[in-house]
Design a protein around this ligand. Structure first.
Ligand code: ADP
Ligand code: MN
Length: 172
């Protein structure tokens, strides 16, 4: 990927993280907290609306995203892309939302997910699965971790805006 250096505004920012870390909630607020003219794609919505999936995972009650089809659809589109698979896409900067595992499990149960799915995601978060994948694909210099545990969605959105504008150093 072509990296945009700190201090400059990034063209494409992907926001990823284990389900329940608050990606959708935070990115919905970016327009309100920041004076940014930037579009946000909630990838789940696009995938459903346009059938960009390969399989239905009945056990997990989720769609398996067709990454090839998503890449073709997005082309070199600039903006914020939000999804638990967004780190598999090309990006200038990668935001990884984090949450303390027990808090994450509680959020998922409150959202109405099954106990099995909530536990699986708690374990995945505890093992840093998505962070590792993001660093492996994009390198540490492009990855920005944000802990959402004791923060409101709008506070998280403000941090995302800072990343977009190049006002935050990469890392945790
Ligand atoms: P994701 O899109 O990453 O799966 P959501 O934005 O859907 O996560 O949030 C998951 C659940 O947690 C929702 O019920 C939401 O209301 C709640 N939530 C999201 N962000 C926060 C936060 N910063 N603090 C507390 N609860 C949150
Ligand atoms: Mn979501």
């Amino acid at each position: 990927d072509e990296l945009s250096p700190p201090g400059t505004r990034a063209r494409r920012i992907v926001v990823t993280g284990t389900p329940g870390t608050g990606k959708t909630s935070a990115t919905e607020q970016v327009a309100e907290v920041g004076d940014l003219d930037i579009d946000v794609v909630h990838l789940n919505d696009l995938v459903k609306a346009e059938g960009l999936w390969t399989d239905r995972d009945e056990e997990r009650d989720t769609l398996v995203v067709d990454l090839g089809a998503v890449r073709d659809r997005l082309g070199d589109w600039d903006g914020i892309v939000e999804s638990h698979v967004a780190h598999h896409l090309e990006a200038d900067r990668v935001v990884v939302l984090r949450c303390r595992p027990d808090v994450l499990e509680e959020r998922l149960l409150n959202r109405g997910e099954s106990p099995g799915k909530a536990r699986e995601n708690r374990e995945s978060e505890a093992l840093d699965v998505i962070l590792s994948e993001a660093v492996e694909r994009h390198g540490r210099a492009s990855v920005y971790e944000i802990d959402t545990t004791d923060r409101s969605s709008s506070a998280v959105a403000e941090e995302i805006v800072a990343v977009v504008l190049g006002k935050r150093a990469p890392g945790a």
